[in-house]
Design a protein around this ligand. Structure first.
Ligand SMILES: [Ca+2]
Length: 437
């Protein structure tokens, strides 16, 4: 275990983050975080920022970044993009917990503070201790379609794990005619040779398409026993057009019970032909999901060039894709006629150029009082841990932390003690812990 101490000042000298999609296609898949369990704490709501409630709003220039890709699109309200840069006061320490993980995608905490860590391309799940020891790969997981952005994605520990030992994961399921995101759960049999047993697929994104992109895949449990799953629209045109179609799961956020059944208050339950699991529509590729202290869902979706978005999806609402948005095709060709339309929601915040968002957590811990209620989002293209300060459901400050690591950050999760845990997206991927120095 190695400690790298880093004066926080780093955060200030950053490079502008251009939209450089890196390895894979358009937007190298990303992931999100998991507030497994801790989500409901009384931490600051984004919006009421417990720790710093009386501070004046930040002012000054935004985080240094390149020129916008689509300068003709203007924000719908002040503070929808490029808010003032802020700087964390607490000096940070970054500790390397583990390395040698092949493109890890997600972390989740077991009750004893060991972590479940997924590897996207290998389809392997590991148990990693706080001392960095890695178990053999957990046996019994089904095969994944690991091409491009597919593979083994998110993992969550079930809310009733103490009695059920159930864990949940998302993956690209190989199917006749292509693939699709699936959510599975199984009982984890812990020990020297861990395995899962009684694997059940509780949700399948439909229709199956032949695409290796934009599957979404983030999960978040709610304290009232539901499970949100974020989905993507597969990138290809045949999928993109379905983001507005309630007969398709593509480009949606869905809400199910942990056994896969449909909550009876889901918004499209009485719409003829609609997929009953749908919670919200009009998304591109939602890769981040977390609950705030009021247990409201926040998401970040990978936009096109110049169009990453923070949303707060509410039941039955339409988040606009592909009709409206702030970005353009990777070719530079236009996608949207307009950034606004009646009946379509505006993002809380957007980035142009993009950060290429990944996992997210909303901080509620005790180690960093100044961070309570803030959003922390892994940045792939940005190679930063992106911090957003929120007041009254608007973003009022932005910081790009850990730029000196020069690493694509794939997931960020709050640990049980209030530290932030990250995984980096690399062939030698790492688990890192961020604490006060
Ligand atoms: Ca949108």
């Amino acid at each position: 275990m190695r400690s790298l101490t880093m004066p926080l000042i780093v955060a200030a000298l950053l490079v502008g983050c251009r939209d450089d999609p890196e390895p894979t296609p358009p937007d190298s898949g990303t992931q999100q975080q998991q507030d497994s369990g801790v989500a409901g704490d009384d931490a600051g709501v984004p919006g009421d920022d417990a720790g710093v409630a009386e501070d004046p709003l930040p002012s000054g220039p935004p985080v240094p970044q390149g020129p916008p890709n689509v300068p003709e699109f203007k924000p719908a309200f002040p503070g929808q993009t490029r808010v003032p840069a802020i700087q964390t006061k607490t000096p940070l320490q970054v500790t390397e917990i583990a390395s040698g993980l092949r493109n890890p995608w997600a972390i989740a905490f077991l009750p004893d503070q060991r972590m479940l860590v997924t590897e996207k391309p290998t389809g392997s799940l590991y148990i990693v201790t706080q001392q960095g020891a890695k178990s053999p790969a957990v046996k019994g997981l089904p095969a994944v379609d690991a091409r491009d952005q597919g593979g083994l994605l998110d993992v969550e520990v079930g809310p009733d794990y103490a009695t059920s030992q159930l864990i949940y994961w998302t993956y690209s399921e190989p199917r006749q005619g292509g693939n699709g995101l699936a959510v599975a759960r199984a009982r984890l049999v812990d020990g020297a040779s861990p395995r899962v047993e009684n694997v059940q697929v509780i949700f399948r994104m439909m229709p199956t398409l032949d695409s290796t992109l934009h599957s979404g895949g983030r999960m978040v449990f709610t304290p009232d026993g539901k499970l949100f799953v974020t989905l993507g629209e597969r990138s290809i045109l045949a999928g993109r057009v379905q983001a507005q179609d309630v007969k398709s799961h593509l480009g949606k956020v869905v809400r199910i019970h942990p056994d896969g059944t449909v909550p009876q208050d889901n918004p499209y339950l009485n719409t003829p032909g609609a997929k009953p699991e749908i919670w919200s529509i009009g998304h591109r590729n939602v890769l981040s999901a977390a609950l705030d202290s009021q247990n409201r869902l926040w998401t970040v979706e990978m936009g096109p060039q110049g169009g990453d978005e923070v949303n707060r999806p509410e039941a039955g609402k339409d988040y606009g894709w592909p009709t409206i948005g702030y970005g353009e095709e990777y070719s530079g060709a236009p996608i949207h006629q307009s950034t606004q339309a009646p009946g379509m929601e505006q993002p809380v915040y957007y980035w142009d150029p993009v950060i290429a968002p990944s996992g997210m957590t909303i901080y509620s811990g005790a180690l960093f009082p100044e961070w309570r209620g803030n959003l922390f989002i892994g940045g792939l293209a940005a190679k930063a841990l992106v911090r957003l300060m929120v007041r009254n459901d608007r973003v009022v400050g932005e910081e790009h932390l850990l730029k000196d690591l020069d690493s694509r950050i794939r997931d960020v999760v709050q640990g049980p003690e209030g530290a932030l845990y990250l995984v980096t997206d690399a062939t030698n991927g790492k688990v890192l812990k961020v604490t006060p120095r």
